[in-house]
Design a protein around this ligand. Sequence first.
Ligand code: GLN
Length: 194
Amino acid sequence: MRIGVLALQGAFIEHIHKLQALGIDTFEIRQPADLQTTCDGLIIPGGESTVIGKLLVELQLLTPLKNAIQAGLPVLGTCAGLILLAKTISNATQPGINTMDIVTTRNGYGRQLGSFNTVATFAGEKIPMVFIRAPYIQKVGPQVEVLGQVEGRIIAARQANMLATAFHPELTDDPKVYQYFITMINQQNQRRVV
Ligand code: GLN
């Protein structure tokens, strides 16, 4: 299995280290040529979604990545990555991939109090979660499965090949989000073979 990590800005190296610890082959995506190899999944990291969005446009990565996701490439977006995947941002206008039927609120917990750690349920299991100026999901479309909530706000969701978390799984020692994503990829690969 080989997973590409968008490496334009933000916490991409931490994702790469987590994947490598799980024995997954990784590569960094920085330019369109990086997409010309086989790839089973994609991670869009946390960071600053306005910066990543602008770079995606400038480097001509936005359209090929959007096309690949729409064609079924499994993708995990964390924090800024969630914002980039969302079809709608309730409080900002900025370039994004816009494939996932969710409405998100950027800096949803306020700028000062926006960073906190907690333990909450993700896909039925309690895990530690790190939030850094995090968004939350305000609303989901009918195809979207809610995978986690903190204080009544949705912080993890899945729609078909797209998985999004408002927290940073790359900043804790718990591998469950990655394991969930790897299972998604394996199911997708099985479907491709059938
Ligand atoms: N607040 C950031 C944004 O809007 C996201 C923060 C993060 O990824 N840790 O892009």
